[in-house]
Design a protein around this ligand. Structure first.
Ligand SMILES: [Zn+2]
Length: 240
């Protein structure tokens, strides 16, 4: 006769077994998904991967949120090879982030991309978290950059009482400030001295519709940055 203890052990073993099985299935589905995707590409073009392996010349750098619902290629209807991508929580661009700077430098100076797009999205969990006063752990240090954006625009944001409207406006302002941060870098400013075909844009993806909203903050000139951030000899002479 089985005791209550035995029954609990059996129930736990069955539960653990089904968890492991589900985990294995979700993992295997990635590999079978890959094989299906490869077969589909080859059906459309037998040389697809041969061509892809010859190199990349994307014209766009996408700096977006890590959120799984906003993949750069799908949102823009582009194919592998067409968009160089960097993603982090809440699409933050800070000049002390070696990862972001390395991606930006390579995209601008080696790949010679023509468009750098900071792409946020409405309902961003990172932005929503930054609007609270809770501690989330290590990520609090990252979200601080978004709190800094709030402080810059507190006069506007403090007046918004609807919670979702406040999150979404901070999403927009965060994109605008992060795009501005990119323009302040020597990478972008030096590239502008060399060529005229480099633009920095700010976008927000509406997850409810899939549509992109261009925030119309496109910049292609250091002179639009304000003299504090402008890095060239003429600016120094003009404000000496
Ligand atoms: Zn997000």
């Amino acid at each position: 006769m089985k005791t209550d203890n035995d029954k609990t052990e059996i129930t736990t073993a069955i539960k653990n077994g089904s968890i492991k099985l589900a985990q294995k299935e979700s993992y295997n589905s990635l590999l079978s998904g890959n094989r299906k995707w490869v077969a589909e590409q080859l059906k459309g073009d037998p040389d697809y991967f041969k061509k892809l392996s010859q190199g990349q010349s994307p014209e766009v750098l996408w700096i977006g949120c890590s959120d799984s619902r906003v993949p750069a290629n799908q949102v823009t209807g582009t194919k592998p090879g067409e968009v160089f991508v960097h993603r982090n929580i809440a699409n933050v661009c800070v000049h002390s982030d070696m990862n972001m700077l390395s991606v930006l430098d390579y995209a601008v100076n080696v790949l010679k991309v023509k468009h750098v797009i900071v792409a946020g999205h409405y309902g961003c969990g990172g932005v929503a978290a930054a609007l609270t006063h809770k501690q989330f752990g290590l990520i609090d240090n990252w979200l601080r950059h978004i709190k800094d954006v709030y402080r810059l625009h507190a006069h506007e944001l403090d007046r918004i009482t609807d919670k979702d409207a406040k999150i979404n406006r901070l999403v927009e302002l965060n994109v605008i400030e992060q795009a501005y941060n990119l323009c302040k870098t020597t990478i972008i400013q030096n590239a502008w001295k060399e060529r005229e075909d480099l633009q920095v844009h700010g976008w927000v993806v509406d997850i409810n519709t899939g549509l992109v909203r261009d925030l119309k903050v496109t910049n292609n000139d250091s002179q639009n940055l304000g003299y504090v951030y402008e890095l060239n000899p003429e600016a120094v002479a003009a404000h000496a």
